[in-house]
Ligand binder design. Sequence first.
Ligand code: AMP
Length: 285
Amino acid sequence: MIVCKTIAECRREREKLGKLAFVPTMGALHEGHLSLIREASKHAPHVAVSIFVNPTQFGPNEDFSRYPRPIEADLELCRSAGVDLVFNPDAEEMYPPGSPEISIDLPQLTNVLEGQKRPGHFKGVCQVVAKLFNIVQPQVACFGMKDYQQLCVLQAMVKALDFPITIIPCPTVREKDGLALSSRNRYLSPDERQRALAICRALFAARDEVSKGIRQTNRLVATMQQIILSPGNLGHVPVAVDYIAAVDPVTLRPKEMVDGGVLLAIAARVGNTRLIDNILIESAE
Ligand code: AMP
C-alpha cells in the first residue's frame, strides 16, 4: 500500500493504477468506512482512500481540533482491507497560504437540514471533494447514506460540473443495538452512548408506523419527537434535538405523505457531541 502526503506524489502513484474506485474519509476509520472500501473494490481493480480532516467544512465552534486522528491504526485498517493508495495530506498541502477563496454551492440542496444548521459546511465539503476528485481522478467514488444530504449534494455537484465519476451510495452500517457508526461516537461516555440510542429508536419506530399503514409524515414526526423527548427511565431528556424532519429524498424539501418515498432525518446533540442519522423509506404502497 502506497501512502502519499503530497499532491504531486499522489498524482504520480495514481498514474500507475488503472481504473480506480475512491473512498474519501476524515479517518478514525470504523466498519462503516470499511464497508465503503469493500463496495469500492467491487467497482474497480484498485481502491484509493483519502484520510483528511478538512478544516473548511467545520464551523468556528465545531470539533475540528478535537476530531480523532489515529493515523497509524487507520493505515493498518486500510492495509488489511487491501487498499492500494492512501492520500493523507496536511492542511497546508491542500490549502497553501495565500490560495484564493473558491466556493461551490448548490443552494437548493444546502439551505436545508445540515446546511441550515451548519452554515458553510457543504461549501467546504464540495471544495475538498472537488479537489480530491481532481487529484485522485477516480472513475468511481463511494459515499455513505449515513450522510444522506452530503451524498445528494455531491451527486448534484458531479452532474453539474461534469466530473466523469460514478457515485455509489452505500447503506448505513449500525452497531447491533442500532446506533449508526460514526467517528464521533468515540466522544460518547457510556451514559451518553445509551442516550444516543434514542435517535435510531425514533427512526425505527417511525419506520414501524409506516409498515402499519401510517402515511402522514406529521404523525411520524410526532412519534419521533415523543421518543426523543421522553425521559423514560433515564430521568432526563436523552438528547437535544437540532431537527427531526421528513423530506423528499430527491429535493430534500418537507413532504406531507410517505407515498413515493420519504427520508426521515434527525440531528441531535448528546452532551457535546452532535450526531446525525436517517432512514430512507423508499416507497409505501
Ligand atoms: P467521514 O470520515 O465521517 O467523513 O465519512 C467518510 C465516508 O464514510 C462518508 O461517505 C460517510 O457517509 C461514510 N460513513 C460514515 N459513517 C458511516 C456508516 N455508519 N455507514 C456507512 N457509511 C458511513
